[in-house]
Design a protein around this ligand. Structure first.
Ligand code: IVH
Length: 680
């Protein structure tokens, strides 16, 4: 019944790559993320069990490789040139005049151009040999870039193997970029972990590609759009527009907004359309690129040392203006970290008035050499919060930005830790922290209390209705009073109270995340909830037990212990538990395997591996895909491979499938009507 491993591996690779194409190229996903993950897991396990069937173009490469000590240089077969810029319609017309003059065209003869969005990301060159991706490199100085192959392989939009007959070697050029929602998610996560956020999606994409640890790249969702190749003449096509089609047929995602334009006036219209339309794009585009469509004419025009004569980059009028830093204030975050914010003389940037801009952190202030009173350039890129780009002019009155020694919100002493390079207010009762903590508690990924947005939280704190998250659950006792508050009213109060009521049964992992313990993001919260099953057990856990949890390292373990060491936190949790009924997996169902991690390998006889894993999870245990010192048991089915060896190496107990089942049964008999009984 089961296919032989080689056939199954081929099937899985095809299915995964098809899913990637449907998602990234055609924007029409056919399978869910969970189904994708299941296929990938099966593939990883089969390849691990059959190392001889591993291959550099397998989608399993997309999960990341061991970290590199450094990047190696890669010399491009064809140099990656850059483009001349045009900053307005007249400069665009001048470009067209140069093109027509060089081609000896008459006044009424127009040139056809391909107009494409200029994606604001990181340019990369992908080399395919006999259709297989062998190297991915950054542009570097145009001749030699950095070899970032393991990172590029984690990008699902980049094909690892091309179908059909393809010229070899083939260098495909394009842009790696990050969508705005992913940019926001990555920055949220970084702030959660006390790391400096990326200033914009381009930096986030570039930073993710220039990671020595490709697992970090794999954890970020990056996109890729192809827009050219090293030597177009090897394709047999005759225009840029056909070249894009050709790339698309090979499996590369092509930006759907490219248009064939006849003559430079159509190009000018195209710029007018995108000047405002780009605001709606879910990614950053900093301009448009116009390319002479005919490849024969491109060849005739040739290149200078700087760039091709047949293309130009049109830069959108900079969403960048100049203004003055009037002052710097320090915002207090949920965990007490102080973030500098520039108070600016209001200025309109790309149609939006900007009066504040984040300065990110002290390091950023130093790097940019900013002072209060400086004339600076300010940028707003896409949906990104405005940022100060650089000093334009120093005024004689300019004075250094001095970080505060006391918290601006509560006046407590501020501490600066060596390793974090951040200052923080250590007063737990600081009103600014309180506000941020409750906002976080109610937010969508935490308790998801619909209607309890930032403004309402601020209002409730200001009016003294709440001083911590637990107060939310007694708010209903003051319904009448609430209805009297300006800006609330009967209906909104009723809705708010219903939403709070609804949040009482959020699962343990969400409550844990909602507490806002430093370093405990959504994923660590999930793993901690899985392993400990209840607050009681988590609060009793020692460092070793915490460290035995997947994804929990020393920094997180310390923060969790530190959190529960504080009386005010323990009191808060106890008060919350008077009202909440967190539905953790191991509380709601069995707890036979609570805190235990299982790894299944080989073929099982009585159930599929997915079923076995689900069973473990339903009993409060964890099912992992690889064996480590944190694994409690390996269950080996038939034809178990390298995982079994690894288990033996590490001294992890190995069970046969029958042993696993009888263990389940024996343990189950100790409980009354537990899930094990319903199963057997
Ligand atoms: S064509 C020789 N097309 O903009 C032609 N470039 O200097 C080279 N870019 O960093 C580039 N979108 O990575 C081209 N549709 C597009 C582009 C694009 C973004 C980037 C490119 C390079 C810069 C051009």
């Amino acid at each position: 019944m089961t296919a032989d491993p080689e056939t199954r591996i081929r099937e899985l690779r095809d299915q995964i790559e098809r899913a990637n194409r449907m998602y990234y190229q055609l924007d029409a996903p056919e399978i869910s993320d969970a189904e994708y993950d299941a296929l990938m897991r099966e593939l990883l396990e089969l390849e691990e069990a059959h190392p001889e069937l591993q291959s550099p173009d397998s989608p399993s490469q997309r999960v990341g490789a061991p970290p590199l000590p450094q990047f190696s240089p890669h010399t491009h077969l064809t140099p990656m040139l850059s483009l001349d810029n045009a900053f307005g319609p007249d400069e665009l017309r001048a470009f067209d005049a140069r093109v027509r003059r060089a081609l000896g065209l008459q006044g009424d003869q127009s040139v056809a151009y391909m107009g494409e969005l200029k994606i604001d990301g990181l340019a990369i060159s992908l080399t395919y040999e006999e259709g297989v991706l062998t190297t991915a490199a950054t542009r570097g100085d145009g001749r030699t870039g950095e070899n970032v192959t393991p990172n590029a392989k984690t990008i699902r939009a980049i094909p690892l193997r091309l179908e059909g007959a393809v010229p070899s070697p083939l260098e495909v050029r394009g842009e790696v970029y990050m969508l705005h929602p992913e940019f926001a998610r990555v920055n949220r996560e970084r702030e959660e972990n006390g790391e400096a956020p990326f200033a914009n999606p381009r930096n986030a994409a570039a930073g993710s590609m220039r990671q020595l640890d490709s697992k970090v790249t794999a954890s970020r969702k990056l996109g890729f759009w192809a827009y050219g190749i090293g030597r177009p003449e090897i394709t047999g096509v005759s225009t840029q527009s056909e070249l894009l089609q050709w790339l698309s047929r090979l499996g590369f995602p092509i930006n759907p907004h490219a248009r064939l334009l006849n003559g430079i006036e159509e190009c000018v219209e195209f710029t007018e359309h995108w000047r405002t339309a780009r605001e709606e794009l879910p990614f950053d585009a900093d301009g448009l690129v116009f390319k002479v469509n005919s490849l024969a004419l491109q060849a005739e025009l040739g290149s200078t040392a700087r760039g091709p004569r047949w293309a130009i980059a049109f830069k959108f009028p900079a969403a960048e203006e100049q203004t003055v830093i009037l002052d710097v204030t320090w915002q207090v975050g949920r965990t007490g970290v102080l973030t500098p914010v520039a108070e600016l003389q209001p200025v309109s940037v790309g149609g939006v008035t900007v009066s504040r801009a984040t300065l990110h952190n002290e390091g950023e202030i130093e790097r940019k050499g900013l002072q209060i009173g400086d004339r600076v350039s300010v940028r707003r890129a896409g949906e990104v919060i405005p940022e100060v780009v650089a000093v334009v002019e120093r005024s004689p009155e300019s004075r250094p930005i001095v970080p505060p020694t006391h918290c601006p919100a509560c006046g407590s002493m501020v501490e600066k830790s060596e390793e974090e390079a951040a200052r923080r207010c250590v007063n737990f009762a600081c009103p600014a922290q309180t506000l941020e903590r409750i906002r976080h508690f109610a937010s969508r990924d935490a308790m998801d209390i619909v209607g309890l947005g930032d403004k309402i939280v601020a209002l409730l704190v200001e009016k003294g209705f709440i001083t911590d998250a637990a107060d939310l659950y007694v708010l209903h006792e003051r319904q009448k009073e609430l209805e009297q508050v300006e800006g609330l009213g009967e209906l909104s109060v009723a809705k708010l109270l219903a939403a709070i009521e609804d949040s009482r049964t959020r699962p343990l992992e969400r409550v844990l995340f909602a507490l806002g313990i430093r370093h405990v993001g959504a994923s660590a919260a999930r793993n901690l909830a899985q392993r400990f099953g209840s607050f009681e057990r988590l609060m009793e856990a020692d460092e070793q037990e915490l460290l035995g949890t997947e994804d929990v390292g020393p920094a997180t373990a310390t923060e969790v212990m530190e959190f529960f060491r504080r009386d005010e936190n323990v009191r808060l949790v106890r008060r919350l538990l008077e009202h909440l009924k967190p539905e953790g997996p191991s509380q709601a169902q069995g707890s036979l395997f609570e805190g235990q991690t299982f790894v299944f390998t080989g073929t099982l006889q009585h159930m599929s591996r997915e079923e076995a894993e689900a069973l473990v999870r339903s009993m409060g245990g964890r099912a992992a895909s690889s064996v480590s010192s944190k694994t409690d048991f390996v269950v080996a089915g038939e034809k178990a491979g390298s995982k079994l060896d690894r288990a033996r190496e590490l001294g992890v107990p190995v069970l046969t499938e029958d042993e696993f089942l009888s263990r389940l049964k024996d343990l189950g008999e100790g409980q009354s009507a537990g899930p094990a009984e319903t199963l057997f």
